[in-house]
Design a protein around this ligand. Sequence first.
Ligand code: 13P
Ligand code: SF4
Length: 304
Amino acid sequence: MSDIFGKIQKLKKERNAVILAHNYQRLEVQDIADYVGDSLGLSSQAAKVQADVIVFCGVHFMAETAAILCPEKKVIMPEVKAGCPMANMITVEKLANLKLQNPKAPVVCYVNTTAEIKAESDICCTSANAVKVVRSLPDNEVIFVPDKYLGTYTQSKVPEKKLILFDGYCPTHANIFPEHIEQVRRAHPRALVLVHPECRPEVTALADEVLSTGGMLKFVRGSERHEFIIGTETGIIYTLQKQNPGKRFYPASERAVCPNMKMTTLEKVLWSLEDLKTEVAVSKPIADKARKAIERMLEIGRQD
Ligand code: 13P
Ligand code: SF4
């Protein structure tokens, strides 16, 4: 393991590369990364990267976002087949249909979308700022795609507007059911329940806090409590435990694992640096339009 770590570090210097990793990545991939964060943190980080090469350890839409924000840099994915099923649920045709039916409503797209969807949207959001982004719009009706659960949660926080939702969802978070929370809570009655807004409304209703992955990390660091039930992809528990050695974390469900996030391995990181592959590029006309939606979101910042 230390051998491969050493080789990656050496190549990283030679290539003037930076490694960005999402909070759901494998533990060893998080350890080799220069920056580990949530979708919003990774987008902000990509926007200010100084290196020539960005090695993106996450899923495809995240690397695409980095490529859109840094057109002059080479963005590579160690495992380019790592996609997000939710991002692939909405197509340009389906979005065009929603726009046709609601011609006056602006489109807010979750960052978990393809570059083509972002290019057809007015503003992007992540789970760390969806409420803030929707509130920032002057319109009373807003199209929100593709996550119906994040959309439902956002609607509950912004009752003064009507959100027109699409039927997308994250299969990993949809795997967490209220029974799981109740069961773990019975075993650990003193634990606070933190869940991600991609969870079902029946699950967010049981939570003490509904937070993005970055929001969970911040909340736990500042909390006096010692035990937490974590309702999101289980990969984040590694970072939580590392940052808070005195606290205890219990996954709401062991089944909440995103197979796509786990496709990137240390070996693939090494090979990607050796071959500078696989490059993720977005055509200029799409990137120019999508960048406006992402930059508009970055100006708004986080809510948590
Ligand atoms: P955040 O890291 O922004 O909370 O998003 C979770 C997620 O599912 C990303 O794919
Ligand atoms: Fe997509 Fe869900 Fe995996 Fe995130 S956890 S990448 S939303 S499938």
